[in-house]
Design a protein around this ligand. Structure first.
Ligand SMILES: NC(=O)c1ccc[n+]([C@@H]2O[C@H](COP(=O)([O-])OP(=O)(O)OC[C@H]3O[C@@H](n4cnc5c(N)ncnc54)[C@H](OP(=O)(O)O)[C@@H]3O)[C@@H](O)[C@H]2O)c1
Length: 284
């Protein structure tokens, strides 16, 4: 049986959310693996640069987990509070001078000597693709990463990088409510290059579940499909070809429902009905 098209996201594991203890993170990862979800999404900035170390502690707590996991490590955002940012300006830096030490720190925090996918977190217009490609190719040659990906890249920027370095995955914001990527070409451009689309915040960060205005209409459509609202919204995203859903739940008990939700696509008319309600207007 093929694995479910799901990735577990870690943004809310630590200080930016549930404040799980390492043993609780280990339990969540074990539950995900049991269900066939073997990919974990990370970024150096999560939890204000604390969540990667939390995951490292979880992997140390249960050493059986690490060999079974494909880790996605995103780098390239510098927060106002990030170390080595004296001016305190939020910015992006995709130069090897920034990425190399950030990658070392990620590996140290994880207690690991490699990751599955190294991913650029946001597009930096100053990007020098040839220098980037040299650095990534060297790191791949050292066995420290298997694949390369990007996140939140406009379609032309994707093409710019791909000309120097094959892009295996593109992580973009994508839910029935936040669906700009379907209309601005970045979802289609990823597919055209053969890059897997990874849809972040598939529930709009939980906002679509708390929404009172659109809730009754979404619930009625969910009932038609025999689903609850969260499952309907996850199935909506997973109905898109070439797309894996990056789920942000921190609760093991929610993972099995997510796996069932993404088992099959929605019929076309229901898919468009959900989109119309969530975005607040019909397609032209
Ligand atoms: N590349 C990027 O720029 C970028 C940006 C943002 C996020 N991401 C990645 O995408 C991941 C997901 O983002 P997200 O957390 O905003 O996504 P999400 O899946 O849209 O939202 C997750 C939130 O919904 C809540 N929730 C309530 N009911 C739920 C249910 N039935 N099933 C699942 N969740 C439910 C979760 O709470 P509980 O924990 O209580 O279940 C959690 O707070 C992040 O962890 C991160 O890895 C990437």
């Amino acid at each position: 049986m093929s694995p479910p098209p799901l990735i577990l996201g870690s943004m809310r594991f630590g200080e930016w959310g549930a404040r799980l203890a390492p043993a609780e993170v280990a339990r969540l990862l074990a539950a995900a693996l049991e269900l066939g979800i073997d990919t974990l999404d990370l970024a150096d900035i999560y939890g204000g640069h604390t969540t990667t170390a939390l995951i490292g502690a979880a992997l140390a707590h249960d050493p059986g987990l690490r060999p079974r996991l494909h880790l996605i490590a995103k780098l390239g955002i510098v927060l106002p509070t990030s170390p080595g940012n004296p001016r305190g300006v939020q910015h992006y830096d995709l130069s090897p001078a920034h990425l190399a030490p950030a990658f070392e720190q990620t590996l140290r925090d994880l207690g690991s000597d490699s990751v599955g996918t190294l991913m650029l977190h946001r597009f930096d217009p100053r990007l020098a693709p040839a220098a980037l490609a040299d650095w990534v190719t060297k790191e791949r040659g050292r066995g420290r990463l298997q694949a390369f990906g990007v996140s939140n890249f406009p379609a032309p920027a994707l093409t710019l990088v791909h000309a120097h370095l094959p892009v295996a995955a593109h992580q973009i914001e994508l839910s029935a409510a936040a669906s700009a990527a379907l209309e601005d070409g970045s979802h289609a451009a990823s597919r055209a290059l053969g890059a897997e689309v990874q849809a972040w915040s598939p529930l709009d960060g939980g906002a679509l579940l708390a929404d009172e205005a659109r809730g009754p209409a979404l619930d009625a459509l969910a009932a038609e499909a025999g689903l609850d609202r969260a499952s309907l919204l996850l199935r909506w995203v997973a109905s898109l070809p070439g797309t894996r859903v990056v789920l942000g739940s921190t609760r093991p008990e929610r993972l099995a429902a997510a796996v069932r939700a993404v088992e099959r696509p929605l019929p076309a008319d229901l898919w468009y009905a959900v989109w119309q309600v969530a975005r607040g207007r019909p397609v032209p």
